[in-house]
Design a protein around this ligand. Structure first.
Ligand SMILES: Nc1ncnc2c1ncn2[C@@H]1O[C@H](COP(=O)(O)OP(=O)(O)OP(=O)(O)O)[C@@H](O)[C@H]1O
Length: 317
């Protein structure tokens, strides 16, 4: 058994990965979303966070309630609450290499989703920089950020939130059509192909209401992949599924990663994290463990799980 390392390195799995399917024709990466970036330079990491800080304003309403009976608990006139803003992430530095599968774990409230939202441009950090293949997301306007998220990022959530007015295939192809750089027939053909790959080909014309939780999550993953994203972010992708279905979804996510896609997955499930190349454990918004599982093969599941469980135990997670 190889001892865990505390820095990220290229794994044997990555070294043998085929190149990501690049059938998708889209504008040259340097001009996607009208934003210049260094995607063509392979030495630029997939993602970097520098001094990433996120604070949420904590309103007196939320903290002290509206009830007059709580008036005694409000700050005295003229004094601000001592923590009017609460740093959830504090000057976090992080580099994620291309092709890595990174799992983020930690106790509830430790800032995992906040980190994912800031890294994926769904939320803006209070300060610091987030560089997606060299492009600082914090410098982009909202329309630029929206276009970049659409074209270059795939997002998978605990609940896929598909549109009930569209069938599954139409839900999947929608972001591909919105991106607007490929003909409809090409996007639809890719949507069909993704559905076959995810094992839901027979549901192409089905309504959202006709699909099970696992099938909906598979459709959500297809939707996330329709624009051939550079990075897939997943927040508790198996959290709402029974263990058998969760295992199937996990296999699919691992397969996507092995085909070369960089992935960042927030999870409470050590079995999910054990599939990763690297596991970050977040406590109070700081990375307290940065484990590399790159020395293990995927079929060394129990060794991987033992390393993750041991690290979680060190921090009482
Ligand atoms: N929009 C918001 N406004 C105010 N506080 C927020 C907001 N979003 C998150 N928080 C707070 O930030 C902290 C971190 O939340 P976050 O959701 O990132 O944690 P988490 O580790 O993902 O938790 P969980 O595992 O329970 O999903 C929590 O204290 C939460 O209450």
């Amino acid at each position: 058994m190889t001892a865990p390392r505390t820095s990220s390195t290229t794994t044997s799995a990555q070294a043998s990965q085929p190149t990501r399917d690049s059938r998708t024709t889209r504008p040259p990466a340097s001009t996607v979303a009208g934003v210049e970036h260094e995607a063509a330079n392979p030495s630029v990491p997939a993602l970097r966070a520098r001094g990433l800080t996120k604070s949420y304003a904590r309103s007196c309403t939320k903290r002290y309630g509206r009830s007059r009976s709580l008036a005694w608990a409000r700050p005295r006139a003229g004094t601000a609450p001592e923590d009017s803003t609460t740093p959830v992430l504090d000057s976090l530095d992080l580099t994620i290499e291309r092709g890595q599968l990174v799992a983020v774990m930690g106790p509830s409230g430790s800032g995992k989703s906040t980190l994912l939202h800031c890294l994926s441009g769904m939320d803006r950090p209070t300060s610091g920089a987030v560089l997606l293949e060299g492009t600082d997301l914090t410098t982009l306007t909202e329309p630029e950020l929206a276009a970049l998220r659409l074209s270059r990022l795939g997002l998978v959530f605990q609940q896929p939130h598909l549109l009930a007015t569209l069938n599954l295939l139409d839900n999947i192809v929608l972001p591909g059509l919105m991106a607007g750089h490929r003909p409809r027939r090409e996007v639809v053909s890719q949507g069909r192909e993704l559905m076959s790959r995810m094992g839901i080909a027979e549901l192409m014309g089905s309504d959202v209401t006709q699909a099970s939780g696992g099938e909906l999550q598979r459709a959500g993953i297809c939707r996330a992949l329709i624009n051939d994203p550079d990075i897939v972010f997943a927040d508790e992708p198996t959290g709402a599924l029974n263990s058998a279905t969760a295992a199937q979804i996990l296999d699919l996510l691992t397969e996507i990663h092995v085909s070369g896609t960089t992935m960042v997955v927030v999870t409470h499930d050590a079995r999910v994290a054990a599939r990763a190349d690297r596991v970050l454990i977040l406590v109070d918004g700081a990375v307290v463990e940065d484990l590399s599982l790159g020395g293990f093969r995927q079929d060394e599941a129990s060794s991987r799980l033992a390393i993750v469980s041991e690290a979680l135990g060190r921090h009482s997670v």
